[in-house]
Design a protein around this ligand. Structure first.
Ligand code: HPA
Length: 262
């Protein structure tokens, strides 16, 4: 059976749901990545904390290409990513879960492709619907069983970080149609699509964004909200894993003909 991988964002560092967990080191041309592999109810799963187990890697320095290529090499066909986000949308209160459906990219220094014109060539991947519709639907249904305050769409503004935004930036992002803001979905979602892996982000709203929130933002407040909602997030993921069809019914795997990472 195909592997379902979980990329844990801020506050999600531990593969507690995993049975028979063992660590594997997967080598890629971008570096080595440590991944926990095991099972959940007989289904093979993998877990990777995006910022390292101790939140020591800031968003702009994450080795996104090593992480996604390592999951590909391991045989992951689906990736569920968790993300802490700030909210620009008064409907999406802290504690809400948003299964985002679009992103707007405001990153600056990240290499967003595996295809740099070397022997892998150049590709221009379609991003009309960046997140896997099938995974999103499964995650939304799973999250909806845990509580209210679950939304099946939202535009994720991805900033470079590691700083939080200015109040003026948030005002601009809101005019553009942003619903939530975070620092990590790009290039993760793009790289997954380049390799034909289904990818979906479960965003946990931890705070109102800068200028909307009455006070200054702190990382501690983000982590505290994630901690308070960890059980719910874990339930969402485990229920989703049980419901993911064994054969994908989406088009995410249909990467351009002839493109296979060597
Ligand atoms: N901005 C950017 N990233 C975040 C935020 C935020 O307000 N909250 C959690 N991650």
């Amino acid at each position: 059976m195909d592997i379902v991988a979980i990329i844990g964002g801020t506050g999600v560092y531990d593969p507690a749901i995993m049975e028979n967990a063992e660590e594997q080191v997967v080598s890629t041309r971008y570096g080595d990545t440590r991944i926990m592999v095991g099972y959940y109810k007989g289904r093979p799963i993998a877990f990777m904390p995006r910022h390292g187990g101790d939140h020591s890697v800031p968003p702009h320095l994450i080795n996104y290409r090593a992480n996604i290529e390592a999951l590909y090499k391991l045989g992951a066909k689906r990736i569920i990513a968790t993300a802490a986000v700030g909210s620009l949308n008064f409907e999406y209160k802290p504690g809400s879960i948003v299964v985002v459906d679009q992103f707007i990219d405001f990153t600056k220094s990240r290499i967003p492709t595996f295809f740099e014109g070397d022997e892998r060539g150049v590709i221009h991947v379609d991003m009309t619907e960046p997140y896997c519709p099938e995974l999103r639907q499964v995650l939304f249904a799973a999250a909806s069983t845990t509580d209210t305050g679950v939304f099946n769409r939202g535009t994720y503004i991805c900033t470079e970080g590691p700083r939080f935004e200015t109040a003026a930036e948030i005002k601009m992002f809101k005019i553009m149609g942003g619903d939530v803001v975070g620092m990590t979905t790009v290039p993760e979602v793009v790289l997954a699509r380049e390799l034909g892996i289904c990818y979906s982000t479960v965003a946990m709203v931890t705070n109102y964004a800068a200028g909307i929130s009455p006070g200054k933002l702190t990382h501690d407040e983000v982590v505290a909200c994630m901690q308070a909602n960890l059980v719910r997030l874990r339930e969402t993921i485990t229920r989703a894993i049980e419901q993911i069809p064994s054969q994908p019914g989406c088009e995410c795997g249909q990467v351009p003909a002839g493109i296979r990472v060597k």
